[in-house]
Design a protein around this ligand. Structure first.
Ligand code: PEP
Ligand code: MN
Length: 342
C-alpha cells in the first residue's frame, strides 16, 4: 500500500506514519513529490489493517498497490525518475528527463588506442556516456573474456580525457566493489537479470545501475528484478530493453520496442534501448535508434567500433564512428519531433 499524505503535511506527521509502518514489521520508504509526500509500504501488507492509517493525522488516503513490484511502480510514484549518469555531478548528464541520453562505445574494451579513438569520436558525435565491457559474459568459455581491471583502468582514463560517464558490466557479486571503483554506471547484463544476489549487491551500493532485460524475461519479471535493486536502497535504476530471443533468425534478438511505452506506463524508471544487442546487425542500428526515440526512449546504448571487422566481440552489430555521427543527426530530428532533446 501507499499512504498518501495531505498537501502541507508536516515532517513529524510523515515520520509518525513511518513509525507505524515499522511497528507492523513492514518497511517504509518516503517519496517526496512536488505537491505531496507519499509513504510507500514495502512488504506483504495483505493482512494488515490499512484503514487504521486513514485516521492518522496528516494522512489523506491509503491506496493499495496492485502491481507485485512496488517501488518500481507508477502507482507509487507518478512522476518520472531522473537518474544521474555520474552520481553527485551537478548539471551532469541524466536519463529520464527531457534530454535523450546517448551512451556509446565498443562492446569490449580491447586496448588504449581503440578505446580512446572511439571515446573521442562518440563524444564529438554527442554521446554523454561511454560503454565498454571489461568483464564479458561469453557463451563460449574460449572466447575473449575482457581485460578485467586493466579494462576498467582504460575506461577511467577515457573518462578523464572526455568527461563521458563510464558504463560497464559487473558480472558477479565479488566484482561489485572493483567495478564500482572505476565505473559511473554499473551494468547488469541480460544473463544476470535474475541473479538475485547480484541485484541485491548493486542495490546496496550507491552508483546508478543499468539493468538489462533478460532475453526471455517478461516485463513483470524485469520490473521485479529492478525492484530487488530499489528495495536495497539504490533508487538510481535504469531499465534497458535489449531484445528478446524469438524464433526469428534474420536478427540476433527481436527488439521489442513496444516495451518502451509499456515499461513507462508501468514504471517511473527511465527506459534505455540497446539496438545493438537488440538486432545483432549494424545495418539495423540506425533505424532502430530512430524508432526507439520516436517511441519515447529515455536513452540509447549503442556499440561503436573503429574497426568492426576486427572487433574482439560483437563486430557484426557495431557501427563505425561515421555511422554514429549520421545516426545522431537523424535521431536529433526525431527527438525534436517528439518534444525531446539530444
Ligand atoms: C553487452 O552490452 O555487450 C551485453 C553483453 O549485453 P546483454 O547483457 O544485453 O547481452
Ligand atoms: Mn555486446
Amino acid at each position: 500500500m501507499v499512504v498518501v499524505m495531505k498537501p502541507g503535511s508536516t515532517k513529524q506527521q510523515v515520520e509518525h506514519v513511518c513509525k507505524l509502518v515499522r511497528e507492523l514489521g513492514l518497511k517504509d520508504h518516503v517519496i517526496e513529490g512536488t505537491e505531496r509526500t507519499v509513504v510507500a509500504v514495502i512488504g506483504d501488507d495483505r493482512n494488515k489493517d490499512r484503514s487504521a492509517f486513514e485516521s492518522v493525522e496528516g494522512v489523506d488516503r491509503v491506496v493499495p498497490i496492485l502491481a507485485p513490484y512496488k517501488m518500481a511502480s507508477r502507482e507509487v510514484k507518478k512522476e518520472r525518475s531522473v537518474v544521474p549518469l555520474i552520481l553527485g555531478q551537478k548539471g551532469g548528464a541524466t536519463a529520464g528527463g527531457k534530454k535523450v541520453a546517448v551512451i556509446a562505445g565498443p562492446c569490449s574494451v580491447e586496448s588504449k588506442s581503440q578505446l580512446m579513438d572511439i571515446a573521442q569520436a562518440v563524444k564529438a558525435g554527442g554521446a554523454v556516456g561511454l560503454r565498454g565491457g571489461a568483464f564479458k559474459p561469453r557463451t563460449n568459455p574460449y572466447s575473449f573474456q575482457g581485460l578485467a581491471e586493466k579494462g576498467l583502468e582504460l575506461l577511467a582514463t577515457a573518462r578523464e580525457a572526455t568527461g563521458l560517464a563510464v558504463v560497464t558490466e559487473v558480472m558477479a557479486v565479488e566484482q561489485v566493489p572493483l567495478v564500482a571503483k572505476y565505473a559511473d554506471v554499473l551494468q547488469v547484463g541480460a544473463r544476470n537479470m535474475q541473479n538475485f544476489n547480484l541485484l541485491s549487491a548493486v542495490g546496496e551500493q550507491p552508483k546508478p545501475v543499468l539493468l538489462k532485460r533478460g532475453m526471455s524475461a517478461t516485463l513483470e519479471e524485469f520490473l521485479l528484478a529492478a525492484e530487488y535493486i530499489l528495495s536495497r536502497g539504490n533508487q538510481n535504476v535504469m531499465l534497458c530493453e535489449r531484445g528478446i530471443r524469438t524464433y526469428e533468425e534474420y536478427v540476433r534478438n527481436t527488439l521489442a520496442l513496444a516495451a518502451v511505452p509499456a515499461l513507462q506506463r508501468a514504471s517511473h524508471l527511465p527506459v534505455i534501448v540497446d539496438p545493438s544487442q537488440g538486432t545483432g546487425k549494424s545495418y539495423l542500428v540506425d533505424s532502430m535508434c530512430r524508432a526507439s526515440v520516436a517511441a519515447g526512449a529515455d536513452g540509447l546504448i549503442i556499440e561503436v567500433h573503429n574497426d568492426p571487422e576486427h572487433a574482439l566481440t560483437d563486430g557484426a552489430q557495431s557501427i563505425t564512428p561515421l555511422m554514429f555521427n549520421d545516426m545522431m543527426k537523424a535521431v536529433q530530428r526525431i527527438a525534436v519531433a517528439v518534444d525531446r532533446e539530444m
